[in-house]
Design a protein around this ligand. Structure first.
Ligand code: NAP
Ligand code: ZN
Length: 395
């Protein structure tokens, strides 16, 4: 049983059992979703998150099978190459899948990849209804799974908790649509807009709760990027600092390769490190890094887009930029950042030469400012977190 990531099965004592279907309350794109549907979709998202940071290039997907208002099977997609969430949920439900309603946060697939199509699996299991959180983002296959199910007489309801479903897989969606990983720029600054002191010292700008959030954020990303200066000045670990949780690939962009030999990033026992540099840079140091187990790669042009293109080829969905302002400006200008997470600490450090989160973007007037949309503010311990997306106009 351990082989299958099924987390709960039917049984009166299961805490997830929810009694009878409730009256319909929420209108959706096609059909009407009830409160019960919403709760089941939230459960799918919860299940999907169990594989956080491990599924790329595939999406995070969870699935629940409900028979007579009771959960009879659950599952999630654990990693690429393994069966999809619906397969695990149907296996857990067994015969009780017949006539059941299946919830899944992403449209069931309809093509033969490494595994057979889930649409066929659902039809073969004899399910009566499928509730889908969001349609497949790939324009070439979007709606195919839903159409196949409907053609076989399965009722399909689409668009329950869609915003939450889209956010959970924003990296996967961006990867499909733009052939690049989704870029998140995260920084911590003082109330007067500094990410370090005049001397470059930055440990710590924020409080422990905010740093805990950053560890969580890393767990959901495939790679985290810094530049050479951050390695020289901060000597970071860039790990998730938690047992059994995903550690992203730690990526250093350095043109000169004039880096310390005792950096924490060269210890690859906990997490792998990749150093990206320019052709011909410091061959001696490249050799030293390779002996330490660090992967080194020379790129003809060390730009944020070339790096993101390489990380796309590695199958990555989400990449976290944890660099200083110079590289951050270059990443934004190069279209490698889609989302910003700014932690703001209520402290003032001053310093006319203290570094700020984003270096020169070449703008002269305030009207040129990059605008964020879908902005949210939240208190994290004693700090404030501002989240938002760069608008399409900026890209
Ligand atoms: N509070 C925070 O959130 C936070 C986060 C990170 C850093 N920091 C602080 O930020 C300061 C460092 O800032 P920084 O801007 O120099 O950061 P950085 O993250 O070190 O980025 C700059 C370095 O990136 C490398 N690089 C490679 N390709 C590049 C490209 N295309 N464009 C630009 N840079 C490229 C260069 O390394 P080489 O010189 O090796 O060639 C360059 O010196 C430190 O004081 C650190 O403490 C604060
Ligand atoms: Zn599938």
């Amino acid at each position: 049983m351990d082989k299958f990531p099924v987390v709960a099965q039917a049984g009166a004592s299961q805490p997830n059992n929810i009694q009878q279907h409730e009256p319909s309350t929420q209108a959706s794109a096609q059909g009407v979703a009830s409160d019960f549907d919403v709760r089941m979709m939230q459960r799918c998202l919860e299940l999907a998150r169990r594989a956080l940071g491990r599924t790329s290039p595939n999406p995070l997907v969870g699935s629940v099978v409900v028979q007579d208002g009771e959960i009879v099977g659950e599952g999630f997609h654990p990693r690429a190459g393994e069966p999809h969430a619906e397969v695990f949920a149907l296996r857990a439900a067994g015969e009780r899948a017949r006539g059941a309603t299946v919830y899944v946060n992403l449209e069931p697939c309809n093509h033969y990849g490494r595994t057979p199509p889930c649409s066929e699996g659902l039809i073969a299991a004899g399910v009566a209804k499928v509730v889908v959180g969001m349609v497949d983002p790939n324009p070439l296959v979007a709606g195919g799974g839903i159409a196949r199910l409907r053609a076989a007489g399965v009722e399909v309801l689409v668009g329950v908790e869609t915003a939450a479903c889209e956010q959970l897989n924003e990296g996967f969606v961006h990867r499909i649509l733009y052939k690049r990983p989704f870029g998140i720029l995260k920084y911590a600054m003082t109330l007067d807009g500094k990410i370090a002191t005049n001397s470059g010292h930055s440990a710590w700008v924020t409080n422990p709760s905010a740093r805990g959030e950053v560890h969580q954020l890393r767990a959901g990303c495939d790679a985290v990027i810094v530049g050479g200066n951050t390695v020289r000045l901060d000597n970071p670990y860039l790990t998730s600092h938690q047992e059994g949780v995903n550690n992203p690939l730690r990526v250093v962009m350095s043109r000169q390769l004039d880096l310390p030999t005792d950096a924490r990033l060269w210890d690859t026992a906990q997490a792998p490190t990749l150093v990206l540099t320019q052709v011909g840079a410091n061959p001696e140091f490249q050799k030293f890094l390779q002996q330490k187990g660090v992967e080194v790669m020379e790129l003809p042009s060390l730009t944020p887009d070339a790096v993101m293109s390489h990380l796309y080829d590695r199958g990555f969905c989400s990449v976290l930029w944890e660099c200083g302002g110079t590289l951050a400006a270059s990443a934004i200008a190069g279209g490698a950042v889609q989302k910003i997470l700014a932690f703001i600490a209520p402290k003032i450090i001053g310093g006319s030469h203290a570094p700020t989160p984003v270096g020169d973007l070449g703008f002269d007037t305030m009207t040129q400012a990059l605008l964020l949309e879908r902005v949210r503010w939240r208190v994290v311990g004693s700090d404030c977190l501002v989240e938002g997306y760069l608008t399409a106009k900026n890209q």
